[in-house]
Ligand binder design. Structure first.
Ligand code: BGC
Length: 424
């Protein structure tokens, strides 16, 4: 089956009626996936263990995921066939370094073949060196709560970049190093308690004193080391072969302040901490926006009564992207790539509407002269949505979780047609 066939048509007019505009030369128009969420069988990762102990905050374990560790060729061919020109994926530290200091040539070969396939398909590869998971052994020795965790991450980055860097267009050290701050703001007490019990169960399973799983420990315990790890990994990647644009991606939900004395600035400070300053030293910053947060003088406000909600439970608000791009441009001042923008929904027409709404924001920001260098939709596949399991479907492509058959949705062809024509 030629899964790319419908993408060859001309792109539909923008739903707002606004004229489309050509994207700047070199604009990355793509889609993304992470290792743990798509590969399956990621047994040496901290999350694999956390998913399978009792109690756990995970709704279900990842197990086979989308079997992308075997079916990566098909994934890349679909992305390329749609007409996209960039593909963002993660390399799994726990596969490349399954035991401390032991590097797997087979795993590096695997990711090397994926990079070659991207280039053959006309997809500029964007690599996440960390997308939330760490090796089990790393968590068991204290993760980023231990200062030399930074050197271990940098060593992994150095070894991987030496083998793979020559074919990377762009790379991020950490995916959303501020996600722990986001979780601290919005996670409820019960969830926090079960999370702690889960980590204690993981430590027991490893026979270790603790289990420091990056996304489940308080940011206060890891942040200084993660800043150090980011800097050292960035230097290691840049010192390697190729001309890799290196940055980080940030979770950036648009903070919309309402009323005099609103707490917007305080919320922004709490959400970003040191990462705005760190991002200033990057070649680019990855903006990852899913919704907005409305805040008044007393704190968080509910979305308006007529708001639509996505399957993730938050407001459908593609316009939030314009707010975060402008925020990043003003506060960080580095080139911007929208490295994640997406929606969990079973109604694919809402995905098309979300993409169009987000692209309208990118269009306006480009018109304002902001240096936006790419739009990467999250995600290529319906995949493992972390603690929410498989129910939340972000994908442009449906995946049958038994047969692993991939079926692109209309939104995939919609995005592909825009990318082929180079317009938004
Ligand atoms: C993460 C993805 C996740 C997505 C949707 C982002 O914060 O990088 O891994 O699937 O949000 O929730």
């Amino acid at each position: 089956m030629d899964k790319s066939a419908p993408a060859s048509g001309a792109p539909a007019p923008a739903p707002s009626g606004a004229p489309r505009r050509a994207v700047p030369a070199g604009f990355l128009f793509g889609t993304a996936i992470s290792g743990h969420q798509s590969e399956g069988g990621n047994v040496n990762a901290d999350c694999w263990l956390a998913e399978t102990v009792t109690p756990t905050v995970f709704k279900e374990p990842s197990f086979d995921a989308c079997d992308s560790y075997n079916r990566w060729g098909e994934d890349i061919a679909i992305a390329g066939g749609l007409g996209l020109n960039s593909y963002r994926f993660g390399i799994e530290w726990s596969r490349i370094e399954p035991e401390p200091g032991v590097f797997s040539n087979a795993a590096l070969d695997h990711y090397s073949r994926r990079l070659d396939a991207c280039l053959e398909q006309g997809l500029a590869p964007m690599i996440s060196f960390s997308h939330f998971t760490v090796p089990r052994w790393f968590a068991a020795r204290g993760g980023f709560e231990v200062a030399d965790g930074a050197d271990l991450f940098a060593r992994f980055a150095e070894r991987s970049a030496a083998r793979l860097g020559d074919r990377m267009a762009a790379a991020s050290t950490f995916n959303e190093p501020n996600v722990q701050r986001l979780l601290a703001l919005f996670r409820n007490e019960e969830r926090r308690t079960v999370g702690e019990q889960m980590l204690a169960a993981c430590a027991r399973a490893c026979g270790s004193e603790r289990f420091s799983s990056q996304i489940f420990v308080p940011y206060q315990a890891t942040e200084a080391t993660m800043v150090d790890a980011h800097r050292k990994a960035m230097a290691a990647i840049k010192a390697g072969p190729g001309d890799v644009q290196v940055g980080m991606t940030l979770t950036m939900q648009h903070v919309e302040g309402v009323g005099e004395g609103h707490l917007g600035p305080a919320l922004e400070e709490a959400l970003y901490g040191p990462w705005i300053e760190e991002a200033k030293g990057c070649d680019f910053v990855g903006v990852q926006t899913y919704t907005r947060v409305i805040v008044g003088p007393q704190g968080r406000l509910k979305p308006p009564a007529d708001a639509e909600f996505t399957d993730s439970g938050y407001e459908f608000r593609p316009q939030a992207l314009g707010g975060t791009i402008r925020f990043a441009a003003e506060k960080i001042g580095r080139p911007i790539i929208v490295t994640e923008s997406g929606i969990a929904t079973k109604d694919d027409t809402r995905r098309v509407a979300f993409i169009e709404g987000a692209l309208e924001e990118v269009r306006n920001c480009l018109d304002e002269g902001i240096d936006v260098r790419g739009y990467i939709y999250w995600s290529l596949l319906d995949n493992f949505e972390w603690t929410s399991g498989y129910g939340h479907r972000f994908g442009l492509v449906d995946v049958d979780l038994k047969t692993f058959e991939r079926t692109p949705k209309p939104s995939a062809y919609h995005l592909g047609a825009l990318a082929r024509a180079g317009v938004i």
